[in-house]
Design a protein. Structure first.
Length: 337
């Protein structure tokens, strides 16, 4: 596997800046996730690395080689798309074997057979090798698509929302499998998604991307606990982080602090609280409850244990420790006190 480096890359389609001055590195053996909404530039970034689009500006390196102008075949990347991209009339075995039969690889029949069966076992599809691709479930088809990439042992795996068309249970299963496989192989992997759960459960680092610009790239725990902007703060966590005007808290803060944010799990409901709120709704999730409250004209949410709240009391006291608060200026950029 190889390190992949993007340096000041930009790409424009007509009047649209798909990617703007993008710079980041995917280290050898690292799992990096780009997280952002539709149109943020995630897929364009993958296509630029793969050579399916040419950068208007900047450079792309795979290993120590500048591949900015190189043809896709020279880059040795494996691209897994949202759609399965399988040969429908081929068996699972032949779909997996197809990339290995290239004359450039010079692999023997026995080598191909061993590789195919090893990957099929890893992906739990060894009993499907004789099936046609059209006779597979959605989850099985995506496993085969992943397998077609894995057999190649490329410089980097590029994955464009490969789990998004699956149901929730299958997504959870494949998230765990994909992360385990990546660790076992020591693979370099760049994965893009709009799903914050996929990002936090798989990534070594998450890059938050918005309108073609990389806003922050850090390990998931740093993105969650130390975001550099309100935009980044709202990308991870469910329920989302509470963001309210700082003036509502009646605290002494620097003049440039406009907004205060705090995670729902940091809100305490108790009779000794210093702030008054009124319960609007309670969502019971079994082991915990999400309490939505009105506070000074704003709606804030708390995640609490069911036994910590009286169902008969609408008017309650809450506490939020200053150490659990994040502060932002009027441009929604982080302010450190």
């Amino acid at each position: 596997m190889s390190e992949v480096k993007i340096e000041n890359v930009s790409k424009q389609f007509g009047e649209i800046n798909a990617v703007s001055n993008l710079s980041f590195t995917v280290n050898d053996g690292e799992f990096v996730v780009l997280l952002g909404p539709t149109g943020a530039g995630k897929t364009t970034t993958l296509r630029l690395i793969a050579g399916l689009e040419q950068a208007d500006e900047g450079k792309i390196f795979i290993g120590n080689e500048d591949v900015t102008q190189a043809q896709p075949a020279k880059r040795d990347v494996a691209f897994v798309f949202q759609q399965y991209s399988l040969y429908p009339n081929y068996t699972v075995y032949n779909n997996l074997a197809f990339p290995l039969r290239s004359p450039l690889r010079s692999l023997s029949k026995d080598q191909i057979d061993k590789t195919v069966r090893d990957i099929a076992k890893t992906l739990h599809i060894e009993d499907k090798l004789k099936n046609k691709a059209t006779h597979l479930s959605g989850g099985e088809m995506q496993r085969v698509a992943l397998g077609r990439a894995l057999v190649r042992e490329p410089n980097i795996f590029l994955m464009d929302e490969p789990l998004s068309s699956l149901d929730a249970k299958l997504r959870e299963e494949l998230r765990l499998e994909l992360k385990n496989i990546q660790v076992q192989l020591g693979a370099t992997l760049l994965f893009v998604t709009h799903d914050h759960v996929e990002a936090t459960t798989m990534a070594d680092r998450i890059g938050i991307i918005k309108e073609g610009t990389l806003i922050q790239i850090d390990p998931p725990e740093k993105i969650y606990n130390d975001p550099n902007s309100v935009y980044v703060a709202t990308k991870l966590g469910s329920p989302k982080i509470n963001v309210i005007p700082s003036r509502l808290l009646n605290m002494e803060l620097p003049a440039n602090v406009e907004y205060t944010a705090f995670r729902p799990e940091k809100v305490s409901l108790n009779s000794k609280g210093t702030l008054d709120a009124r319960i609007e709704t309670i969502q019971n999730l079994g082991v915990e409850e999400i309490v939505s409250m009105s506070f000074m004209g704003e709606i804030i949410r708390a995640v609490v244990k069911p036994e910590s709240i009286s169902k008969s009391d609408k008017d309650i006291k809450i506490t939020i420790r200053k150490d659990d608060m994040l502060f932002f200026d009027k441009e929604s950029q982080r302010v450190y006190l």
